[in-house]
Design a protein around this ligand. Sequence first.
Ligand SMILES: NC(=O)C1=CN([C@@H]2O[C@H](COP(=O)(O)OP(=O)(O)OC[C@H]3O[C@@H](n4cnc5c(N)ncnc54)[C@H](OP(=O)(O)O)[C@@H]3O)[C@@H](O)[C@H]2O)[C@@H](O)CC1
Ligand SMILES: [K+]
Length: 522
Amino acid sequence: MPLRPWSRDAVPVATGSEASAFDRAAVERGVPERSLMESAGRAAADLAMRLAPEGPVIVVTGAGHNGGDGVVAARTLAARGRSVRIVAVGARPDPDPLLHGWVVPVRRVDDPADWPADAIPGSAALVIDALLGTGLRGEPRPLQAAAIRAMVAAAEAGVPVLALDVPSGVVADTGACPGPSVRASATLCFGWPKLGALLEPGRARAGRVVAAEIGFPPSDDAFGACLLTPAWAARVRPRRDPVTHKNRVGAVTVVGGGEGMAGAVILAARAALRSGAGFVRIVSDAANREVAQTTLPDAPFVPLDSLDAVDDAIARSGAVVFGPGLGTGEGRETLVERVLAHDRPAVIDADALNLLAEGRPFDVESLIAPRAPRLLTPHPGEMARLLGVSVAEVEADRPDAARRLVARSGATVVLKGTPSLVASAGRPLGLSSLASSDLAVAGMGDVLAGSAGAFLAQGAPACDAAGLALLYGARAAHLTGLGAGLAASDVPEALPRALGEDAAPHTDLPFPWLTLDLDAPR
Ligand SMILES: NC(=O)C1=CN([C@@H]2O[C@H](COP(=O)(O)OP(=O)(O)OC[C@H]3O[C@@H](n4cnc5c(N)ncnc54)[C@H](OP(=O)(O)O)[C@@H]3O)[C@@H](O)[C@H]2O)[C@@H](O)CC1
Ligand SMILES: [K+]
């Protein structure tokens, strides 16, 4: 199972607005716009030849620079001997100077009510969507909407569609689709992947996401997000010193599991051990002692009503995982107060979050300026309770919800979903590159919390611990080969294999300009 996605490290991700501002700044610095467009269009032609090694190519162009990229791609394909035709939607110069004198047949379409049925024939080997890029404002107008519908029909008839920069109709800032949008089998992003191609619903429209270096200056801190990839994880993950002992490599205390909820703490504790923690303690309801100790004899057990023993366990730990299966019944406030009084890095999950959402005994604002890193790991329902909004409001702008909780709590936040997001003050928003519907199963949150606790205890900063837990958990799930039959309890056992992989990420794209090759969502 080849390690994917391919990249050399974390990949900067630009919103459409950031990309446009960066384009302008680059041009002001003397980077010729034509050279950027030339590199973009030639990279598009390279990828097009790979996706459709033979047969006719239709390039649907718009009036802006996205269309210009498409014209360069069409010219390059023609110069390489391919059969290519342009469908020009809206105004373009005639003849187009970007064609450098090459004669490429152009079909001009100006009337949305009269879209020619044969403009995109079913016999095409590939459609290149160069209609709308980062310049889309609002819902596509009727002419562009007709072109998008024609490209959707072609895709439904089995013609692959390569979208340039972003599938037309998808808002590059957010992934929203205010009207019709192209269904691409692959999207080639120029410079950097666009956030809109990585967030739903845009992600589902983009297919495989490939990014190309096209001659931009370095982006440094220009963008607010980045894609966390396997190569990034391999670089930042903690490694053991050859000479060490169990308390030096990360001790974790998992606090959770009300009566009858032993499974959640056991999953978290097992994930912590399998993520490299040297010592894991379980603090749980006394009724769970037998099952916990039988199932996971490696982890000493402390009953959660023995508060002094709880204090002692936490004081001996490098990190706490607080909340899995905890329950929100009477008396839990005391435990919250006691656990969070320690200056230990902590993952705050599940019912510990629900208690904070109810202000029992305090709310997330009281976490501000803790003496140790805090990592909050809500799913959208918990996030909605913490912010006092509806789940629909969270889902409508997930990056904003994550950033708001960071501002309110001072903590690092993982907002689970597809993709899961990692938000932390002063750091770009991290997007997991390994989202998969296979992970939508009960107990995965407990595994994530335990694993993140292990990375925290091994000294990783909270945002790295969060990203590592997301990526290695998802990779482990993939390595089980169980697909939609995955159970959360399968994942901890596969974590060591995921962590042990040192094979370089794989791509079958041989292009020197390649900076990212990310599979279509599963
Ligand atoms: N600049 C650079 O350095 C580089 C840029 N690059 C490329 O350029 C792209 C950005 O180019 P861009 O800014 O020209 O915008 P673009 O996406 O082509 O769209 C503008 C067109 O869309 C139209 N339009 C807008 N809203 C609409 C609607 N609702 N419904 C219908 N039409 C609508 C708008 O029409 P208008 O509203 O102005 O009449 C205009 O015609 C970027 O994604 C990348 O591919 C690369 O080559 C690298 C170098
Ligand atoms: K496009």
